[in-house]
Design a protein around this ligand. Structure first.
Ligand SMILES: [Zn+2]
Length: 80
């Protein structure tokens, strides 16, 4: 099973919730931070595709981390 990275804000464990089923046409996956003081939530929905596909894109989206550039570089560029 693929694993979710911890919450990008507080590093608490992330949990995944499946909403809907194969009989209903809409399926939603909610990835949620388990820290009640943080409450970061990411939702992904699908109509035509099943939970396998949705789980895959949800894990990829949650696990993606932006590579932030140092702020000084951006300021230099703006001054040119
Ligand atoms: Zn969190």
């Amino acid at each position: 099973m693929k694993k979710l990275k911890p919450c990008p804000f507080c590093e608490a464990e992330a949990k995944m919730k499946f909403i809907g089923n194969e009989h209903t046409k809409s399926r939603t996956i909610e990835v949620k931070c388990s820290n009640s003081e943080c409450r970061v939530t990411m939702k992904n929905g699908a109509i035509r595709f099943g939970f396998d596909w949705l789980e895959d894109i949800s894990i990829k989206a949650w696990n993606r981390r932006a590579k932030l550039k140092p702020r000084e570089v951006l300021i230099e560029r703006n001054e040119r």
